[in-house]
Design a protein around this ligand. Structure first.
Ligand code: NAD
Length: 267
């Protein structure tokens, strides 16, 4: 974006789970729109250092990384002062994106997997929001974007913990919106269908081998079967939606759960 069209210039953002996939796409989009960005997530130290330098250099903004583990409430809350110290600005934008998945029937679902999914996909959203809100309230401006899923709106079999957590995120987003509305704070949930991430790309070849079918058949008949349009949403599309929600044209979105799912939840 050109300097004159950087709607988030001067803003400071945290994106959880942004060393990969959707979170990384959102971090790049926010930086392109002018925001300083705190990355978070796991990964090799040299990869993270390279990402941090690359995003900062490409967009002329400050970028830092916080290794907070989204299963640990104290570390989650600590991201707010960490961002303020590392980036020199107060946290205006919080994107709760970190998430994991596990697929199994309910009666075989490992209890530890249930607990981890609820902790990372749902409880971390509460802990980060709880820690970010006082500063946003004091400054009467804040943007909270929660990455839910089409599974925040509809269910699939064998994804009980994920579906429960994502429905929880949609409900929590509505409450956050109601509490912040008079204070210049908005909260919205983005509900993607299948998104093209490195994780998904790898699954295509694995599934093709397992099923003995070609990549096109895996995409159409296995992965994208519930979607009306058999295409992946891109991380760039999710990033652009996050920028819209955080920018001046997004202020009337509040408490929304926005599908970006190629017609999946239209059925
Ligand atoms: P991904 O695996 O590519 O990225 C997940 C990120 O979360 C990584 O940066 C990882 O390091 C981080 N992370 C995982 N556990 C963490 C922890 N305990 N503490 C801190 N960071 C942690 O996944 P993705 O596909 O980009 O998914 C990101 C979000 O989007 C998730 O909430 C997911 O549920 C949601 N989503 C994904 C899709 C999809 O098709 N990919 C669709 C709908 C919703």
């Amino acid at each position: 974006m050109s300097e004159s069209t950087r709607p988030l210039a001067g803003r400071t953002a945290i994106v959880t789970g942004s060393t990969s996939g959707i979170g990384l796409g959102i971090a790049r989009a926010l930086a392109d729109a002018g925001a300083d960005v705190l990355l978070n997530g796991f990964g090799d130290a040299s990869m993270i250092a390279a990402l941090t330098a690359e995003i900062a250099g490409a967009h002329g903004v400050k970028v830092a990384h916080c290794p907070a583990d989204m299963t640990k409430p104290d570390e989650i809350a600590g991201m707010i002062p960490f961002a303020e110290q590392a980036l020199g600005g107060q946290v205006d934008i919080l994107v709760n994106n970190a998430g994991i998945q596990h697929v199994a029937p309910i009666d075989e679902f490992p209890i530890a997997k249930w607990d981890a999914i609820i902790a990372i996909n749902l409880s971390a959203v509460f802990h980060a929001t709880r820690a970010a809100l006082p500063g946003m309230k004091a400054r009467k401006w804040g943007r909270i974007v929660n990455i839910a899923s089409a599974h925040g709106l509809v269910a699939s079999p064998f994804k009980s913990a994920y579906v429960a957590a994502k429905h929880g995120v949609v409900g929590f987003t509505k409450t956050t919106a109601l509490e912040g509305a008079e204070l210049g704070i908005t909260a919205n949930a983005i509900c993607p269908g299948y998104v093209w991430t490195p994780l998904v790309e790898k699954q295509i070849d694995d599934q093709a081998r397992t099923h003995g079918i070609d990549r096109e058949s895996v995409i159409r008949d296995v992965m994208l079967e519930p979607q009306a349009a058999k295409r992946f949403t891109t991380v760039e599309e999710i990033g652009a939606l996050a920028v819209l929600l955080c920018g001046p044209n997004g202020q009337s979105f509040n408490g929304a759960a926005l599908p970006i799912d190629n017609g999946w939840t239209a059925r």
